[in-house]
Design a protein around this ligand. Structure first.
Ligand code: EAX
Length: 328
């Protein structure tokens, strides 16, 4: 009898929960399904959660944000395609895979173009960054704001990498990005484009190495499958709050403004999260036994990739030239 009572109480509680949540749905006039490929422990997710908090609060519940994390709605290329179609309404996407949709973004992915965070913020939050974000509209997307993955570093399981010559022949996983394939081919690797995540492929030695910021290397426990880390800082990897233009265009102006300001506030919040933890991640990777070259021969890498500039055309070339001129 007691067991029957307990079961009926739990059924009643679940029903109440479903009705309550459907009621909150009822209050929402608009629903934003936001896709990310990483798990809730990552800064990509923390940024999405901050965006959700701001949008739902400041719209008074008129807009509901549902975060679909861990690649549950596909890889970053697929999320971008779904945003173009209006199937998804927002995403936090790494700049790399965006270059197939918005070629102009290659300009900010050029190797060694930003010397530090201040330099990156100055360009990405300035007129050049804003101009590149406006180019998202040509792809039926909205580029709301840049946030941060971080400076990318090379890891591998085969040998220490101090200079570019040490990379020769290594099978390096790269993002599904035309530019990143070209970068690692120019350095001398055998670049293999693969969607995120890649822990299993690294553990099975399908690939020898990968490149990502320290936060990602730590949060995905890549120290368990990658022995060597070289602090190459070869690309400043931005993330982008991306929206579906078809969804955005139908919103009242006040909500369009809200999405831009929420993306900006969430981006600034997330950059600080990332930067405040970089030293911690490096010390943790050391503790977990990675053999770390903190001062690789950056000049040898630069020498290999600088010629890629001549392959830039159109918007990508225009904005790259603007960034280089602004950095003098
Ligand atoms: O953190 O696919 C990638 O390497 C990206 O850096 C992604 O943000 C994973």
């Amino acid at each position: 009898m007691r067991r029957l009572f307990a079961i009926s109480v739990s059924i009643f509680a679940t029903t109440v929960f479903i009705i309550a949540s459907s009621n909150s749905y009822a209050a929402a006039k608009y629903t934003i399904n936001l896709g990310i490929v990483t798990t809730p422990k990552t800064f990509h997710y923390k940024a999405a959660a901050k965006f959700k908090q701001i949008v739902e609060k400041k719209s008074g519940g008129a807009i509901k944000v549902i975060i679909h994390h861990s690649g549950s709605v596909g890889n970053e290329t697929s999320i971008l395609q779904q945003l173009q179609l209006g199937v998804l309404q927002a995403g936090v996407i790494t700049a790399g895979p965006i270059d197939k949709f918005v070629p102009a973004i290659k300009a900010i992915e050029f190797p060694f173009i930003f010397k530090d965070y201040k330099d990156a913020d100055r360009i990405l939050d300035g007129k050049i960054g804003k101009a590149i974000l406006s180019k998202f509209r040509d792809a039926n997307l909205i580029g709301f704001h840049f946030l941060e993955n971080g400076f990318r570093n090379l890891t591998n399981s085969v040998r220490p990498v101090h200079s570019a010559k040490d990379v020769k022949g290594l099978k390096i996983r790269v993002m599904n990005s035309q530019l990143h394939i070209a970068i690692w081919r120019a350095i001398g690797a055998n670049p293999t484009p693969m969607p995120w995540p890649i822990y299993t492929q690294l553990s099975q030695h399908v690939i020898d190495g990968q490149e990502n910021p320290l936060a990602v290397i730590y949060q995905y426990k890549l120290y368990e499958v990658q022995k060597y880390l070289s602090l190459t800082h070869h690309v400043y990897s931005a993330l982008v709050f991306v929206g579906s233009k078809s969804f955005y265009d139908k919103l009242p102006a006040k909500y369009q403004k809200l999405l831009y300001s929420a993306a900006k506030d969430a981006s600034i919040y997330e950059r600080k999260l990332n930067r405040d933890k970089v030293k911690f991640f490096l010390s943790e990777l050391k503790k977990h036994g990675m053999i770390i070259d903190e001062h690789p021969d950056i000049a040898s890498f630069k020498k290999k990739v600088i010629p890629l500039k001549s392959r830039f055309t159109g918007d990508a070339k225009r904005y790259l030239d603007m960034i280089l001129a602004a950095s003098k």
